[in-house]
Design a binder for this molecule. Structure first.
Ligand code: PCA
Length: 200
């Protein structure tokens, strides 16, 4: 008998900021349909405050995801960076794809300032680095749509068994940059590091 598969939602982002591609989309596209005990369900999200998180949460609930991995592009970073923290703050350097630029607004008014990832993000970074790809634990996902999505997901699934992490991947072109196949391999190693049962 085949062992039971567990559902993992993995999201990426559309292009933004005038670019025509997003490294996160290409990396997630290149992932296999399943990794270890995890059956992957992929979803591309709009780069829009509020909307990205709402779509990810709705789909995670609909498909019964046990794990949500959100992936975004971080221009200027040379390593794959699992994110430790999501902050309850929005600050848009550039308008999002809906033309909105929140400046110093909370993601969820009245909710706590921050959440930590509920997945072993440090071990994920180490697993990627041990395989020879630049990776490091990051203590800030920024204050743009990636952080907004991450905060919403961690806030929504607080006190549940649904675990979540955000992983930034480097840009596709320029310096520094990373090949989509390398970023995909890094994501695969990170996912392989997730235990099938929540450690609580
Ligand atoms: N990176 C942006 C939003 C979408 C993306 O891929 C960020 O880091 O917030």
């Amino acid at each position: 008998m085949e062992p039971k598969k567990h559902i993992l939602l993995i999201t990426s982002f559309e292009p933004f900021g005038g670019e025509t591609e997003n490294a996160s989309m290409l990396a997630v596209d290149a992932l296999p349909e399943s990794i270890g005990p995890w059956r992957l369900r992929k979803k591309v999200l709009p780069v829009e405050f509020g909307t990205a998180g709402a779509q990810a949460i709705a789909l995670a609930e609909e498909i019964g995801a046990e794990v949500v991995i959100c992936v975004g592009q971080a221009a200027g970073r040379e390593a794959v960076t699992p994110e430790l923290v999501a902050l309850n703050l929005q600050y848009a350097r550039i308008p999002d794809n809906a033309g909105r630029s929140p400046l110093d607004l909370p993601v969820v008014p009245g909710a706590r300032e921050a959440y930590f990832s509920t997945l072993p993000v440090r071990a994920m970074a180490e697993a990627i680095r041990d395989a020879g790809t630049p990776a490091a634990l990051s203590a800030t996902a920024g204050l743009y749509v990636c952080n907004d999505l991450y905060y919403q997901v961690l806030h929504h699934f607080r006190d549940t068994d649904v675990r979540a992490a955000f992983i930034h991947v480097p840009a596709l072109h320029g310096t520094p940059s990373m090949e989509p196949s390398t970023a995909a391999r890094a994501l695969e190693l990170a996912i392989a590091r997730i235990p099938a049962e929540a450690e609580r």
